[in-house]
Design a protein around this ligand. Structure first.
Ligand code: SF4
Length: 381
């Protein structure tokens, strides 16, 4: 095992695991919300295409632009068309954007692109794949982060710098990027089919800045993030935050179309102070096919809390590099198959079953992985 990884993951487990248990003990309504959320998401997945249509219509009603794309090349072409060239683009953490290769594509077009979630920012600087879905630089110790910031950006930091000093340096650097950005790109924790709002939960404030400061906001979202109502979407934000160990979350952002005002004679006028344009891009890339399979459908219930990772012995011994980026850990072994057709990560599962016990959506991850192994064997025989 890589020594740096061993130190970093142990520190993370010590910080996170007891905290999540405490949150769930103190706020027991979260368990009920999680149950309700599972039901709401299953309802969507049994009729995904219809809900995609409903969502697209709802977003257009709010004055936003809404699109459905089948695959990465269609997605990249569309985003490239909206963004253009020579722009400053800030990313507010989107795993789907990573899956589709959007950041690198926009950079190739001649745009200046910055990840603004601290973990994603470190990954971008190091040009490494993420090792965890909510803390992508989980494999880096504080000392390594200091070295990286000094080498890549010339920051005046050392291995003795505190966590606070390192974060402050990045804050100073990125604030200017937010203020001069032309486009903000985010994902979404959930999209409400009934009203076309997207919900994003976060703590850093980078998502709020990316969705509000630049004149154009693009949300790139997998279709499995659709939920029936705005109430379900807000529930998802609460459940995700609690199981991620960050409760209450610092920010929950709701975006419904471009900015608007009704302050002059109550006539609704858009834009106001925030973005002039809002674009929602719903992405398939294997999700619809998976939704039609009774067992694979379970994987689409994942709310990206990252809890299964920290309870999995395989993720730990594989130094966090289990699965195809950005999908790592037990959830990543399922998603590597759904998105990239890669069944190999599933074969590493030892079926300890811890993941299933701690998953808020009660996804039977070992069963899904066993099924993927079966599908792979069938393909080869
Ligand atoms: S599979 Fe479950 S525990 Fe793992 S990230 Fe998804 S919702 Fe969280």
């Amino acid at each position: 095992m890589n020594q740096e990884w061993d130190i970093a993951i142990q520190r993370t487990i010590n910080n996170n695991v007891p905290r999540v248990s405490k949150i769930l003990k103190e706020h027991q309504y979260i368990l009920e919300l999680a149950k309700k959320l599972r039901e709401a998401k299953l309802k969507i997945l049994s009729n995904l295409e219809e809900y995609i249509e409903q969502t697209l219509e709802s977003v257009k009603r709010t004055g936003g632009n809404a699109y459905f794309v089948k695959d990465p090349s269609e997605a990249r072409e569309l985003v490239g068309k909206i963004v253009g060239k020579g722009k400053i683009v800030v990313f507010g953490k989107s795993m789907v954007a990573y899956e589709l290769g959007i950041r690198k594509y926009l950079a190739q077009l001649g745009n200046e692109v910055w990840e603004t979630d601290l973990g994603e920012f470190l990954i971008q600087l190091a040009d490494e794949p993420p090792s965890h879905i909510i803390a992508p630089a989980i494999h880096m110790t504080k000392e390594r982060v200091a070295k990286l910031l000094k080498e890549k950006l010339g920051f005046d930091v050392s291995e003795n710098s505190t966590h606070e000093e390192l974060v402050q340096k990045v804050r100073e650097f990125l604030r200017n990027k937010f203020l001069s950005a032309n486009v903000g790109i985010t994902g979404a924790n959930a999209v409400a089919a009934d009203v076309g709002s997207i919900v994003l939960v976060e703590n850093e404030g980078n998502i709020r800045m990316s969705t509000v400061v630049p004149p154009v906001h693009i949300a790139i979202v997998g279709v499995e993030k659709i939920v029936p109502t705005l109430e379900d979407a807000l529930n998802e934000a609460l459940v995700q935050a609690a199981y991620a160990g960050l409760y209450p979350p610092t920010y929950i952002n709701v975006t419904s179309g471009p900015s608007s005002t009704g302050d002059i004679e109550m006539k609704r006028v858009s834009p106001a102070h925030g973005p002039k344009e809002f674009h929602l891009i719903l992405v398939d890339n294997g999700r619809i096919k998976a939704s039609k399979d009774e067992i694979l459908r379970e994987a689409l219930l994942c709310i990206r809390c990252g809890r299964c990772h920290l309870h999995c012995p395989v993720y730990r011994v594989l130094d966090g590099m289990w699965g195809d980026a950005p999908y790592t850990g037990p959830m990543g072994a399922m998603w590597s198959y759904i998105i990239y057709g890669d069944g190999k990560p599933a074969t590493y599962c030892t079926h300890s079953g811890n993941c299933k016990e701690v998953c808020p959506m009660k996804i039977n991850i070992p069963k899904v992985l066993e099924y993927i192994k079966y599908l792979e064997n069938k393909k080869q025989s």
